[in-house]
Design a binder for this molecule. Sequence first.
Ligand code: IPE
Ligand code: IPE
Ligand code: MG
Length: 248
Amino acid sequence: MENGAAADVAAAAVPRHVAIIMDGNGRWAKSRGLPRFEGHRRGVEAVRRTVEAAGELGIEALTIYSFSSENWSRPAAEIADLMGLMKRFIRNDLATLHAKNVRIRIIGERHPHDGEVSALLDEAEQVTQANTGLTLAVAFNYGSRSEITRAAQRLAAEVEAGRLSAADITTDRLAQELDTVGLPPLDLVIRTSGEQRLSNFLLWQAAYAELVFTPVLWPDFDRGVLEQALAEYRRRDRRFGGIGAATP
Ligand code: IPE
Ligand code: IPE
Ligand code: MG
């Protein structure tokens, strides 16, 4: 194999876009007799480690599920803790992430519930928008069904205004209306804590993503666990409906 082709194969082995359902903070805390807050606090430390590792491993985009549209159903005190941690994360880490050339994107619906969080998320996006390193997409108040519904509403409004015909609504056109527009195609979804479901995360984008489930609880996640997931990804034969590279 000539060098160019070898390099192509090596590059293809690293997923361009990885998404993580960061689950198990509460169970991590409970197993240690600690309050759930402690699990969430340690979860933020796992986010720092993972962002660093993802950049070093050559991943282009990392999407992290930080708060779902369904998480509003948790007790008010826990929601307040999670909002507090999100604010603290942006305040403490924005300068460092910016210095590391990380581009922050926010996906999900802005919620009137906490204007201060929204303002900080907007600031993080604006400050880092010209960066060219790892893209860190933070899914906050994110729900896939709501994302697709909002996209459909915008397209319907275009049709209503006479600027678009129904026949122009292709899969590519709809994808352009999703919050993830501009991110590379999703290659790999990792969920921690042993749960094996998507919980309303990137349903459209994950159509042909590989799914890796690990029993590791999110506060224990680190570069080693990420590398194990990437190794599992490399062993998969992605067929996209075809007959696949491994088939003679
Ligand atoms: C993930 O941990 C963090 C969020 C969903 C915000 P959990 O809080 O869901 O932890 P478990 O699932 O109760 O262990
Ligand atoms: C998914 O975890 C949401 C996030 C990781 C932010 P949950 O803990 O909310 O998911 P379910 O309720 O177990 O499906
Ligand atoms: Mg959970």
